[in-house]
Ligand binder design. Structure first.
Ligand SMILES: Cc1cc2nc3c(=O)[nH]c(=O)nc-3n(C[C@H](O)[C@H](O)[C@H](O)COP(=O)(O)OP(=O)(O)OC[C@H]3O[C@@H](n4cnc5c(N)ncnc54)[C@H](O)[C@@H]3O)c2cc1C
Ligand code: FES
Length: 341
């Protein structure tokens, strides 16, 4: 029996390792050539302290309170030199991957399908050669734009372990990746690095409120599929906001989760004043008190940077602070000359 442990480093790099039964995470990482922070390796110094984001494990009682207090343990902190997983786990490591002598991994994939949705978005499917990459639902990968020496970041909309990777990509007029996708043909090879990011679905312990802005829907498709496959019964409400009517893409995929996730609901919102959509405005105008559950809710938000700021301001204004607020900003890439300046 082995367990899959996702080590999520401070710089967003994620490495997956297999941990044998009764093996400590620190030892499993070392076996996989990842040098997690450590000193005594004996539960005394506390140097190996990390946060277990999800999964079950045992810590035993061979460590001292100076290394890990009872409160820290209750708060989800662990000593990796003592931690023996009893399920798959996600462990947040509070240092950069390079400090642990590891880093991003790269892989090659082939364009399988490019499906445009009006002039709003493109669904890109890539077929992976060899082992399908593991990632946490919500994470992203850097995709090289062939022939340009540049890459762009895209959130997986598919689930970990599938050989077909799916992405939902906004069509940006004059955009490097958007332009390449207009010309690309199935069969083209493409380079990827990742998985990356700290925006991923944590252990579900309370109702979830998901806020998607435009193609920010992508990571939620991955999260919802993961929840459906796990048979989750926690309430999940998704608010999917877009600028124009034609930006509302893949609503049929969202709708399909209503039948598969027992407590899933969603609504769509269009900002365009000229739209005939039944719900207009911003996602903040359509957050019901039920969805906010008096703050006992984990909020996940993915979209353009101004949306993140607007939602933060909204929580302050209504005096409701969610138990957890995780977000991903789809920050546009800087042109190469600006990066150099
Ligand atoms: C962590 C992360 C995850 C991301 N995931 C996704 C995803 O799943 N789906 C997705 O569609 N995008 C995603 N993005 C954004 C994506 O990486 C690119 O920035 C975007 O696709 C534009 O790339 P491009 O090469 O077509 O345009 P570029 O050549 O980068 O940009 C061309 C011009 O358009 C401007 N521009 C760029 N993006 C936008 C925009 N959204 N709206 C208006 N103007 C813009 C640029 O400033 C520039 O002037 C993500 C970004 C980050 C940081
Ligand atoms: S390495 Fe010292 S407590 Fe774990």
């Amino acid at each position: 029996m082995t367990y899959r442990i996702a080590l999520n480093f401070e710089d967003g790099v994620t490495r997956f390792i297999d941990c044998k039964e009764d093996e400590k995470v620190l030892d499993a990482a070392f076996r996989n050539r990842i040098n997690l922070p450590m000193d005594c390796s004996d539960g005394v110094c506390g140097t190996c302290k990390c946060r277990a984001e999800s999964g079950s494990y045992e810590l035993g009682d061979d460590y001292i309170d100076d290394a890990l207090t009872e409160d820290e343990k209750d708060d989800g902190l662990v000593l990796t030199c003592q931690m023996v997983p009893t399920s798959d786990c996600v462990v947040a490591v509070p240092v950069a991957s390079a400090m642990c002598k590891t880093g991003q991994s790269g892989f090659t994939a082939t364009v399988a399908k490019i499906a445009p949705h009006n002039d709003a978005a493109i669904v890109l499917d890539l077929e992976v050669e060899g082992d399908a990459p593991a990632f946490l639902p919500g994470q992203y990968v850097n995709i090289g734009v062939p022939g340009s020496g540049q890459h762009r970041s895209y959130s997986f909309s598919s689930v970990s372990g599938a050989s077909t990777l799916s992405f939902l990509i906004k069509r940006v007029p004059g955009g490097l990746m958007s332009g390449w996708l207009d010309r690309a043909t199935p069969g083209t090879q493409i380079e990827l690095t990742g998985p990356l990011g700290s925006f991923y679905l944590r252990q579900v312990q309370r109702p979830l409120l998901m806020l998607a802005g435009g193609t920010g829907l992508a990571p939620f498709l991955s999260m919802l599929e993961t929840l459906a496959q796990a048979g989750s019964t926690q309430p999940v409400h998704l608010i999917y906001g877009v600028t124009r009517d034609l930006d509302l893409v893949l609503v049929d995929q969202v709708e399909a989760f209503v039948a598969r996730l027992p407590n899933f609901s969603y609504c769509t919102v269009v900002a365009d004043e000229a739209s005939c959509h039944p719900r207009k405005g911003w996602v903040t105008q359509h957050m019901s008190p039920e969805a906010l559950n008096a703050g006992d809710v984990d909020v996940y938000l993915c979209g353009p940077p101004p949306m993140v700021d607007a939602v933060r301001r909204h929580f302050d204004a209504i005096g409701v602070q969610p138990a957890n607020f995780h977000y991903e900003k789809f920050t546009p890439s800087q042109p190469a000359q600006d990066r150099a300046a």
